[in-house]
Design a protein around this ligand. Structure first.
Ligand SMILES: [Zn+2]
Length: 130
């Protein structure tokens, strides 16, 4: 790994539970490294290698675009809120909080199985989530 990595390669970690029955290992990979030729994800427990087919890769790349767009919007994220109406009135939830405190996940087919991929998004600036 070189020092001069692009800024946007940081923090878009995905993980999912290994599909091997009875394994339960958590496979982790960095979404931003998906297009590298030597990309490979492997279960840390049973060492099952995971290769993603073209259609799955395409979905991951769309997810990558979404995350990059979010990152691009970071300067205004602090000003964005999701409003929820409750009996006492309206509650504003900072958008940034939604992204960091709630688990974002994408459910995709991996072979024959539906797999939940958890996404861990890290802001590029620690100021975003003050
Ligand atoms: Zn495994």
């Amino acid at each position: 790994m070189t020092e001069k990595k692009e800024l946007n390669t940081r923090g878009a970690q995905l993980d999912f539970v290994c599909v091997e029955s009875g394994c339960g290992g958590v496979v982790k990979f960095n979404l931003m490294e998906l297009n590298q030729s030597d990309f490979q994800a492997m279960c840390p427990k049973c060492h099952r290698p995971y290769a993603f087919d073209a259609s799955l890769k395409e979905k991951f790349l769309k997810l990558q675009s979404l995350i990059l767009a979010l990152r691009d919007a970071e300067p205004i994220l602090g000003d964005c809120n999701v409003a929820v109406t409750v009996p006492a009135g309206e509650v504003k939830i900072p958008y940034a909080l939604l992204l960091t405190r709630l688990n974002t996940m994408i459910t995709l087919n991996l072979g024959e199985k539906k797999v939940d991929f958890h996404i861990w998004i890290e802001p590029t600036s620690s100021d975003t989530f003050r």
